[in-house]
Design a protein around this ligand. Structure first.
Ligand code: GLN
Ligand code: ZN
Length: 766
């Protein structure tokens, strides 16, 4: 019998982002819900076909989603806040989209559910909300329908659901607080899952995968009790009719492994990429229950480099010292990698052979499963294994000695900006002469079809660089005119020249590579196309200086320069696996430092260095936060700006507000000003800012840009009031919660007008 193969999940937007396109067409009124459903069906069929053709045994179903799997789970458990029910939509998808995006129309006006990063990925899930009226019960039939749909096409699938522990740990109450989980709630939630298990058994499913990534997080005793309470109620429902795979990823479950073992799941999925050493040690220490198959997550679902087969075989052999029952699997869902390397041939065979996207990873899973069955002689004779080993023989890299020399020459002084921040802030207030509660934006303005079309024309050679530049200058002029009309205090040029805040920089840095079509879902229909760090990084030429100085020449207001920080560039790229993230980040920091100094020397006095992604790569276990991340990520940011003049004001921006627990580290980045998201979730962070005597001036976002709805002046004024209850007025900036690139002009300008007006009203009362 050959070794069992499985993947946790597959990308759902489609090879050419078909799902994104049809859903957005539907939102615009250019397609019907039936069109959307039809495309969903086609994609599912295609994906199952690919998986089966590659030799995957346990094909996932219900890994598909119109927006987000956490949202689907909330709906399945009937966790739909009353404000969405009241909209009384006829079609379930309409309610789903209202929860995901907010709704403003004839039926009412509601904001979207908050959105958060899915563990350390750049994927965002919607945060399920329990309100007073929530009654947990099975609602809808999506997982069953998709299972039967596959069956009708001839595929036996393994349905995939977010597990109850992860669901409850990530859900919030109406005040955005963690749930108070009592017996009643545990019973209700476990009851629904038990019902799901039985229903799948009735339908003839052989395996059911429950994803419990939250198990890789630190746990309290109460957490362990919760896990036990849930699964002791759910597992009996399998009655030997259906197997349950408890799937974990993004880290290790060593601290609960023994408990998990005692539950005798039919399968336990272990991440042997991110949780390798701890998971292996736990298995060796505690053993494996007789009925349990370990699903060895050896194929990385988080990066695009080819798997090192010898390493993977070694890992599986290590597990086999403890049990014969080992299946080969992806370490997490392939949702987080692009669809296929097919179509990227422009990169050249010598480059492309180093990469495996989702489709290619299917083959890797199968090949590894086949290879582990070979005896040593057969392994030595295997051409697949030999070809794979050639990729890791050290011949790939072209190291840049100049970069290495610069890194080696750094001293503590390069990481320290002088004078101290309080003194700088005084000097900056004087030099800039801004009013109290200065208003600004995060950097980008709507990137309309027209802007993207011009960039496409440039790429195709239909217009010259001069024509394109003139077009961009026109957009900048218009953005400045609008900002001045509204009365914003610190202007931005609008970032029209940038396709993406990371790719744009990558294109101007040595060491990066780019793909044509390697899109990955970020949230809903939003996809990103991260560049690839291929070699040592340095700045090829000034990147933003010409645009920023042009923009400054068109206005008397301060024009904020706009850069992406080193940690974010790395976190939103595909990093190398042959050198550490720390080293890659330092290389990037030096490159951006060159740009900061050039901007300052060209007369730009406010420079924003976005670290939008700093929080998302914070290790999941608290004990790793500093040693494995912050101890180099924070200094890397300081390295970027340590050499500027005291009166050059350094801003940073972060796309989230969950940094109360690392607030001192954020302050230690030593920026002068930070803007961050606070409009969607709670304002807990404001308490943290208060308690930590946070020195950085701060602009907590006063409205949510992730939704097309236009906030009223009153609403924003009230929000500013809440902020001023907690923060010293001298330290407060007024801004939206993120860049406006994905918004339309129709909602952007009225929203900003309301924001500036609200700031004026509050200012008048000071
Ligand atoms: N400056 C960037 C923008 O406005 C920041 C984007 C982000 O935080 N994701 O688009
Ligand atoms: Zn942001």
């Amino acid at each position: 019998m050959s070794v069992l193969t499985s993947i946790s999940g597959f990308p759902r937007v489609g090879r050419n982002r078909e799902l994104k396109k049809i859903i957005e067409a539907y939102w615009k009124g250019n397609a019907t819900l039936d069109d959307v459903r039809g495309v969903g069906r086609e994609l599912r069929a295609e994906h199952w076909k690919l998986e089966q053709a590659a030799g995957i045994d346990l094909l996932p179903s219900n890994d598909f989603s119109l927006y987000d799997q956490m949202l689907d789970t909330a709906i399945l458990l009937n966790v739909i806040p009353a404000r969405y029910r009241r909209l009384s939509f006829k079609e379930p998808e309409e309610t789903l989209f209202a929860m995901a995006r907010g709704y403003q129309g004839e039926r009412g006006d509601v904001t979207a559910l908050p959105m958060k990063k899915w563990f350390t990925t750049n994927y965002h899930y919607l945060v399920p909300e329990f309100d007073e009226a929530t009654e947990v019960k099975l609602n809808g039939s999506k997982p069953f329908d998709e299972y039967e749909e596959a069956k009708a096409l001839g595929y036996e699938t393994k349905p995939v659901l977010i597990g109850p522990y992860t669901f409850l740990k990530l859900a919030r109450n109406s005040e955005a607080q963690e749930l108070d989980i009592d017996e009643g709630l545990i019973d209700a939630v476990a009851g629904v899952y038990a019902q799901v298990v039985r229903r799948f058994a009735d339908l003839g499913a052989q395996w059911l995968q429950l994803d419990e990534p939250y198990l890789v997080m630190d746990k309290s005793d109460a957490d362990v009790r919760l896990f036990k309470a849930l699964y002791s109620r759910i597992l009996p429902a399998r009655e030997d009719r259906v197997k349950i795979l408890l799937n974990t990823y993004f880290g290790n479950i060593a601290d609960i492994y023994e408990t998990v073992k005692l539950f005798e799941f039919d399968g336990v999925g272990l991440d042997l990429v991110e949780g390798r050493d701890e998971n292996l040690a736990a298995v060796h220490q505690h053993g494996v229950a007789a009925r349990t198959t370990l699903f060895a997550g050896v194929v990385n679902g988080r990066n695009i480099w080819r798997n090192n087969y010898a390493t993977s075989i070694g890992l599986i052999d290590a597990l086999r010292q403890t049990t014969d029952r080992v299946a080969v699997a992806s370490a997490c869902s392939l949702l987080h990698v692009p669809f296929s390397t097919q179509g990227e041939e422009a990169l050249g065979e010598d480059v492309l052979k180093h990469f495996a996207f989702a489709v290619e990873k299917l083959d890797e899973v199968r090949q590894i499963a086949d290879l582990v069955e070979l005896d040593d002689d057969a392994k030595r004779a295997s051409s697949a294994l030999a070809a794979n080993q050639l990729l890791f023989d050290g011949s790939r890299m072209a190291r840049d000695e100049a970069v290495a020399a610069r890194l080696a020459a750094l001293s503590d002084a390069d990481f320290t900006r002088l004078p101290a921040r309080a003194e700088r802030q005084r000097a900056q207030k004087e030099a800039l002469g801004l009013p109290a509660l200065p208003t600004t934006t995060i950097g980008s303005f709507p990137q309309t079809k027209e802007v993207r079309a011009e960039r496409a024309r440039l790429r195709k050679g239909e217009i010259s660089q001069d024509e394109y530049d003139a077009f961009i200058r026109g957009r900048i002029d218009e953005a400045i005119r609008q900002q001045e009309r509204i009365g914003l205090d610190v202007l931005v040029h609008g970032e029209f020249e940038r396709n993406d805040m990371v790719e744009y920089f990558g294109q101007n840095l040595n060491g990066f590579l780019f793909t044509k079509n390697a899109w990955v879902q970020s949230y809903g229909t939003r996809c990103v196309k991260p560049p690839i760090v291929w070699g040592d990084v340095s700045r090829a030429q000034p990147i933003t200086v010409a645009w920023s100085t042009y923009a400054q020449s068109r206005t008397d207001k301060p024009m904020k320069g706009m850069l992406t920080g080193p940690v974010t560039i790395l976190n939103w790229s595909w990093p190398r696996e042959d050198i550490s993230n720390e080293e890659q980040t330092q290389q990037l920091a030096l490159a951006i430092r060159d740009e900061v100094l050039d901007l300052q020397n060209a007369g730009i006095t406010i420079i924003q260095i976005d670290e939008a992604a700093l929080r998302e790569k914070l290790p999941l276990r608290r004990s790793d936060w500093h040693a494995k991340y912050l101890d180099w990520a924070v200094p890397a940011f300081r390295l970027v700006h340590s050499a500027v003049e005291p009166t050059t004001q350094i801003h940073t921006h972060m796309c989230y507000s969950e940094f109360n627990d690392i607030i001192e580290d954020i302050d230690a980045m030593d920026a002068d000003v930070i803007s961050f998201e606070a409009s969607r979730g709670d304002l807990v962070v404001l308490d943290a800012i208060h308690d930590a005597q946070f020195e950085t001036e701060a602009g907590p976002g006063v409205y949510d840009i992730h939704s097309p709805r236009i906030p009223s002046t009153d609403e924003i004024e009230e929000r500013i009031g809440e902020i001023l209850d907690k923060m010293d007025v001298d330290k407060v900036w007024i801004n939206p919660d993120c860049g406006l690139k994905t918004r339309g002009n129709a909602e952007t300008w009225p929203s900003l007008e309301h924001m500036v007006e609200a700031a004026r009203r509050v200012r008048a009362r000071l």
